[in-house]
Design a protein around this ligand. Structure first.
Ligand code: B4P
Length: 189
């Protein structure tokens, strides 16, 4: 089974490109952001806790995310591949993912890192905010999310570089052109 980590700052196109990957390859999809938003919508205990962090542009604590991911992963035993969208977001999450996959006899196949300038990220997210209804798509929270990414999430790049799994992709251009580059990386592993 291929395990693909789709990585990048907020607004880099992880969710957008995940949809294309699912359509072309039929892979299972785990988006920690989508799962958290569903929990928030259903007003569960996890959702209530997550809301406080998400609205401040902060990460939800590792222990909650890792638990949630382990449960979701069990639902994909027969998939040809799995895309991790928005996970891992800390080095501790990356280490936990390695352990979870090892227990299943697997490992991350490739980590695709979408590189997008901060100016473009802010523009995209403000634009998405006009229709998304997401409480974190406003200028103040977007800036905090980008800071959180730089401080806590960007170190994950070095982790996968060390594992020999890093594949950088320029994330600016048409969605179709970026998708083509992503496919090349997926098919190479
Ligand atoms: P996520 O749901 O993962 O969302 P994201 O990073 O904001 O967006 P993504 O990169 O998927 O952008 P998209 O494709 O939509 O996270 C939300 C929050 O949940 C986090 O801030 C955090 O608090 C919490 N969370 C999630 N996972 C966590 C974890 N593992 N640990 C702790 N906390 C966690 O693209 C954005 C916009 O750009 C769209 O409007 C799209 O149409 C547009 N776009 C995409 N590609 C484009 C292109 N090539 N050109 C022009 N526009 C493009």
């Amino acid at each position: 089974m291929k395990y693909i980590v789709l990585f990048g700052p907020p607004g880099s196109g992880k969710g957008t490109q995940s949809e294309n990957i699912i359509e072309k390859y039929g892979y299972g999809h785990i988006s920690t952001g989508d799962v958290l938003r569903a929990e928030m919508q259903n007003n569960t205990e996890l959702g209530k806790t997550a809301k406080d962090f998400i609205e401040k542009g902060q990460l939800v604590p590792d222990s909650l995310i890792i638990d949630m991911l382990a449960k979701t992963l069990d639902g994909f035993k027969t998939a040809k591949g799995i895309i991790f969208d928005g996970f891992p977001r800390t080095t501790a999450q990356a280490v936990a993912l390695k352990e979870m996959l090892k227990a299943r006899g697997g490992d991350v196949s490739v980590m695709i890192n979408l590189i997008v300038s901060e100016k473009e990220l802010v523009e995209r997210l403000l634009n998405r905010g006009k229709t998304s209804g997401r409480s974190d798509d406003n200028l103040e929270t977007i800036q905090k999310r980008i800071d959180t990414y730089n401080n806590q999430t960007a170190p994950v790049i070095d982790y996968y570089k060390g594992e020999g799994k890093l594949a950088n992709i320029e994330g600016i251009g048409t969605i179709a052109a970026i998708f083509e580059k992503i496919c090349e990386k997926i098919e190479a592993v």
